[in-house]
Design a protein around this ligand. Structure first.
Ligand SMILES: Nc1ncnc2c1ncn2[C@@H]1O[C@H](COP(=O)(O)OS(=O)(=O)O)[C@@H](OP(=O)(O)O)[C@H]1O
Ligand SMILES: Nc1ncnc2c1ncn2[C@@H]1O[C@H](COP(=O)(O)OP(=O)(O)O)[C@@H](O)[C@H]1O
Length: 260
């Protein structure tokens, strides 16, 4: 008798090609490390509740793919697709057998992007933190991409002129897409003043996976809050190109949510 421990998520096992009855649908897929002497067709496995166990062996050279509710082992050859992308040529997309759906199932949540846009001082960071806390308390995994924070690292080379803001948003959009692909609820909290840049980020994701939230707070209120004293500096001409003062902000036309 072999006892399976620490399997995440709970799975059931069976050897491909051994079972004679009708194929069981693959509802749960999980992974475990298991030392066994040899694959034995006579091996019997059960997991209670009438659930069926199916085991697919994965090696370093092969990966497991789930298609049409059936598992199969595919070789590296199937995984390769040549691509040319912008300035990069001869690049190959490496596909993993564990996909977004698997990760979402593991996390028991849907990966998506909540994109919070608005003026400085409109409450983007406060809302992002509140959302993160509320979801955390419900057992949901989130990650905040805050404009200020990202400019300390990944985007430290970018200024606040229009083309740098566009590049800032493009990179944050791509990172947000990766987080969503990881199954995480990604909360982007960035001024993102240009509609075109926000729309480009929306285009990166499947329909419904990009939720745009507009902090619909008038400039006067943001300026009165001025928690960092930046509006004061901008009014004094000590910061040039400050959003809402001498730089544009384009409010969303068709966002999913407006917060005032
Ligand atoms: N010129 C200018 N305009 C607007 N904001 C400025 C500027 N200079 C510095 N800051 C600080 O940078 C934060 C905004 O960064 P973002 O990456 O979100 O901006 S953008 O989306 O690229 O427009 C912003 O943070 P928030 O106040 O949280 O919005 C400011 O603290
Ligand atoms: N809903 C709200 N009502 C009143 N004040 C708020 C609200 N949300 C945020 N604030 C305050 O407004 C200021 C700016 O909030 P913040 O989240 O830092 O904005 P942003 O990230 O858009 O710059 C902070 O002092 C914060 O406490």
């Amino acid at each position: 008798m072999v006892e399976l421990k620490a399997v995440r998520p709970a799975i059931s096992c069976y050897f491909s090609g051994v079972e004679s009855g009708p194929a069981a649908p693959f509802r749960k897929v999980g992974f475990l490390k298991w030392q066994m002497p040899a694959l034995s067709p006579s091996l019997g496995l059960s997991c209670g509740n009438n659930a069926r166990l199916s085991l697919v062996q994965a090696t370093e050279e092969s990966t497991v793919s789930i298609a049409n509710d059936r598992a199969s082992v595919i070789s590296g050859e199937n995984l390769r697709q040549m691509a040319t992308n912008g300035k990069a040529t001869n690049i190959v997309w490496h596909k993993s057998s564990v996909g977004k759906l698997n990760r979402q199932e593991l996390l028991e949540q849907k990966g998506c992007v909540l994109w919070i846009t608005g003026l400085s001082g409109s409450g983007k960071s406060a809302l992002a933190c509140a959302l993160c806390q509320a979801l955390y308390s419900r057992g949901k995994l989130t990650y905040i991409l805050d404009g200020d924070n990202i400019r300390h690292g990944l985007n430290r080379d970018l200024s606040f002129k229009a083309e740098d803001r566009a590049e800032n948003i493009r990179r944050i959009g791509e990172v947000a897409k990766l987080f969503a692909d990881a199954g995480i609820i990604c909360i982007a909290s960035v001024i993102s003043p240009y509609r075109r840049d926000r729309d480009a980020c929306r285009e990166l994701l499947p329909e419904g996976d990009f939720i745009e939230v507009f902090m619909d707070v008038p400039l006067q209120i943001c300026e009165a809050r001025d928690p960092k004293g930046l509006y004061k500096l901008a009014r004094a001409g000590k910061i040039k190109g400050f959003t809402g003062i001498d730089d544009p902000y384009e409010p969303p036309l068709n966002c999913e949510h407006g917060e005032a």
